[in-house]
Write a new protein. Structure first.
Length: 221
């Protein structure tokens, strides 16, 4: 039996059922499912039996279109809500699109342009950001924007989990973008919800850079 938790992220695989997912969902855990490339080539949603226990499904655009047969990612997101309450389709450089069947909300948020150093783990950070916003009961568009922001900040650092941003990085970014000359006011309003989330004491000079983890090699004699 899995430990009690408010949320869990499950990596779904074709033809594989993980008993813990159903057990966790039955205890009130909100399960967020992601998926990898289907090496079988079947792209059959029926082969993802644990999807029915998920609150949200977060594939990328290619995966979503292959699983649904839709000819565009947005249509695929709507089709996926026949199987799961919330569908979030990542669109790469174009951002992300989401549909919530229960509320009727749809949202699309463009990607934040950054200098990417290492994309490792960015997808996992995106999911974590979306989970955070969901547990805080934010509107769908805010959840999507926050997920995209955390993923964008993560690719500016090296490593997987080590690159995930904390509130200090988010606070620093928010302070910095407000001071950019000629900044789009519409873009600022999209992230205006951050104003009430990041305490002033967390703000540090931007850009923030962390020490890069290194491994020492011992030369054999």
């Amino acid at each position: 039996m899995p430990a009690r938790a408010r949320a869990a992220v499950a990596s779904l695989a074709p033809g594989v059922s993980a008993p813990w997912i159903a057990q966790a969902a039955s205890k009130g855990t909100r399960v967020f499912g992601d998926v990898g490339w289907d090496d079988t080539g079947a792209w059959d949603l029926a082969a993802l039996p644990d999807l029915r226990h998920c609150e949200a499904f977060l594939p990328n655009a290619e995966e979503a279109m292959r699983y649904t047969g839709a000819d565009c990612p947005r249509a695929a997101a709507h089709a996926l809500t026949e199987y799961v309450p919330v569908a979030v389709v990542t669109l790469g450089a174009d951002g992300a699109y989401a549909v919530d069947r229960r509320t009727g909300e749809t949202a699309e948020v463009p990607a934040i342009e950054v200098e990417a150093l290492d994309p490792t783990g960015a997808g996992d950070v995106f999911v974590a950001g979306f989970v955070t916003g969901t547990l805080a009961d934010w509107p769908l568009a805010d959840r999507l924007a926050f997920a995209g922001l955390t993923a964008a900040l993560s690719v500016q650092e090296f490593g997987g989990s080590l690159s995930a941003p904390g509130w200090a990085e988010i606070a620093g970014w928010w302070r910095r973008v407000q001071s950019v000359e000629g900044q789009s006011q519409a873009a600022l309003r999209r992230y205006g919800f951050l104003a009430g989330l990041v305490p002033e004491e967390l703000v540090r000079p931007w850009p923030l850079r962390r020490a890069v983890p290194t491994i020492g090699f011992r030369r054999s004699a």
